[in-house]
Design a protein around this ligand. Sequence first.
Ligand code: CDP
Ligand code: MG
Length: 713
Amino acid sequence: MNCVMDRRGIVHVKDDESFHKPLLPIYKCKKELVQAAKENQFLIVTGDTGSGKTTQLPQYLYKAGFGKNGMIGVTQPRRVATVSVAQRVAEEMNCTLGDTVGYQIRFDDCTSEKTVIKYMTDGCLLRNTLTDPDLMKYSAIVLDEAHERSLSTDILFGLLKKQFQLRNCKKRKYPLKVIVMSATLEIDKLSAFFGYCPVVTIPGKVFPIKERFFNLIGPRDKESTAYITETVKITLQTHLNEPAGDILVFLTGQSEIEKACHLLFKKAESIDYRHDVYDSSVEGLLILPLYGSMPTEQQKRIFLPPPAGIRKCVLSTNIAATSVTIDGIKCVVDSGFVKQLNYNPRAGLDVLEIVPISKSEAVQRAGRAGRTAPGKCCRIYSEEFWNKCMPDHMIPEIKRTSLVSVILTLKCLEIHDVIRFPYLDHPEEKFILEALLKLYQCGAIDRTGCVTKLGHFIIEFPLSPNVACAVIKATSFGCEDLLLPVAAMLSVEQVFIQYGDSLIQKEAERSHEEFHELAGGCNDFATLLYIFEQCKSSLNPSSWCKNHGIHWRALKSALNVEKQLKEITNRLRENKDFPIERFDGPKNEFLRRCLCAGYFSNVARRTMGRTFRTMDGHGSVVHIHPSSALFGKEAQLEWILFHSVLVTSKIFVRTVCPIRYDWVKDLLPKLHDIDAYELSNVAREEVTNERIMKRESKDETGQCNDRIQEAIN
Ligand code: CDP
Ligand code: MG
């Protein structure tokens, strides 16, 4: 094993073994693929996961000269996959990461003028269209992992079909090539969407997989967390009873995976390898977590073969189902659950929910064990669970999450008729209207559906409009230093470490409670700010985190994110239209009053006992989550503001602070001052000449400024 350094001085581990691999299935289709890409503007490539699409096809295009007239941009729905694939391809091409091969994810751009193959998240490409609407920097766009049907990929489908087809002919010397890559799902539908474009199928070989239901989870356990311990139990059993070969375990999210790793580690410690294991060549267990927000340096460990005699066991989120392929997996343990962002009509908000996976996802998960030899899949749930609780297919994200950010992006791209946009799957009209309503409420669009100046400022931030509004408000007061750390802390992974083990967990919890107290005792946002500042000013931030039950890597990214947000606010302040105000209230109200500017739709008032009622049209009854500093103090509160919602048996609000009615009373009427009928016209409206003129006139600029003031005041 040796190391490589990228152009920014970051060291990556290089794996020598990886180059001694049998040829990937895609190799046989190389000529056909290059030819088809040359002859067609739209092309679909399909093949089983692990056949080499993501790592090889961009290299084929590069070698065939596609990179001469612009970059080859490859999108991925997930950050981890984006970075690990770029690293891998840079190694295969023997170049430094960030030179010929680079990547870009939110808050981390590792590309240069030399970059030709650029891996990026789909969200990044969507953002890039705001500054480069014709994608003139690219000669080809590869939309990878299309079967995942992530929101940004779905929007890119429509954009590439609509915009670029139209504009291609006019502005470009060479038309933009669009290649959509997908595991074998819904190919006909995709091809029809892109004008019945050709499809190249990479033939693959899948080995048989023995599947077994362990009946530990049934339909009644749909909402319990029992599956975590049951999954750990089966994983240990598999380790003890199966012949050598690595194990891949599917769970749902970071904190749960860490808990499970901890549990498994505790159990594995007491194994006596002379007597307990079926296969005497197995002499140890290497437990590795894998989830979306994992730092780059750690990801590489997942792909390295384990030392001789040691069985590798990777506990992963759904990411290992299709986005990344780990070689050497002989056995899959499937918990049957996945964490999904769903729009919850009961709460009127996007909430993270743990739900049963679909049958087709379960088949995909099992398939990971049969790539190079026959394999096994242990399903911890029962056949009844499979029949009754698991849908056949997953619902695409566009039909189940909030559309606020993407609708604002479309509006900024001057696509005003957001109802008749070419969606591969049309979201429900009421979701589009809800998004417009939210944008109107926060002042990002006006009554006619046009983006306001504030809206243009909001879109500059890779943050949700709520947080962006609060940041803009603080910047207008010249005190963004207090809000940027909070915004940064809200955009990174979970900050508080949760250990499965009760003793350490208690200690960590004590430390977390202490932070709440030190930050004033009654404001979760202030706690985040306090932690950020303590960590930043400590001499050894990583050990400070370790000693206080805080994830160092989360804080490390927060420090980096804060720096980048600061660059954006500095830039925006140069803009002559950027609002400047004076803050007159007491200092301890500053943070909360800025938050009110962005989060006034997330406000609730106490009703009875410990419950609160939200003030948006939904009027849902919510409870304060036990992790909050305000938990148990409900009786002393009247109005609260919250960042996010978690739905289990009840609706919980997380990251909460108390506010005063005065601060929101002028904003709350905005939650009700436009009706659905008016909005549906706005959503459907074609841009008439009159409107274009109106938008361009000075009058309108004046109005926009008023609106900014109105929204910010
Ligand atoms: O995209 P597709 O699923 O068709 O395959 P791929 O991601 O291009 O993977 C092809 C091969 O490269 C697999 O055998 C992976 O294990 C390997 N690979 C790797 O070793 N390290 C990575 N970071 C990515 C892929
Ligand atoms: Mg792939």
